[in-house]
Write a protein that binds this ligand. Sequence first.
Ligand code: HEC
Length: 92
Amino acid sequence: MLGAVALAAQQPAAPAAAPAAGPGLDLINERCGFCHTTNQVFTAHKTAAEWPALVQSMIDRGAELSPEEQKVMSDYLVANLATDKKAGATGH
Ligand code: HEC
């Protein structure tokens, strides 16, 4: 009984990499967590060329983003999460 209560009280684990704050991040948290967790976004390994296409494909699947929001999010993802743009990455 007590064990179950302790388990239920546990906080979900933090994402592997802490995403940078910004309007793009707010949009991701608002619009990209319906069909899968936003962790799916933050742990995806996409290049600067792949992110805008990925965002478009999620819109095709049903993600709700205006053209302006799509641009904000794509710019954010390219700037912060593109595998070929991350500064200081080791092991490449
Ligand atoms: C309508 C449902 C839906 C919404 C909303 C949605 N997704 Fe997805 N997403 C999916 C599905 C389904 C998959 C798995 C498809 C696959 O693996 O091909 C997926 C997979 C992904 C992947 C992994 C793809 C890969 O190639 O590794 C990423 C990254 C992703 N989504 C990002 C986003 C982002 C960013 C948003 C917000 C704009 C978003 N998703 C909103 C349905 C959705």
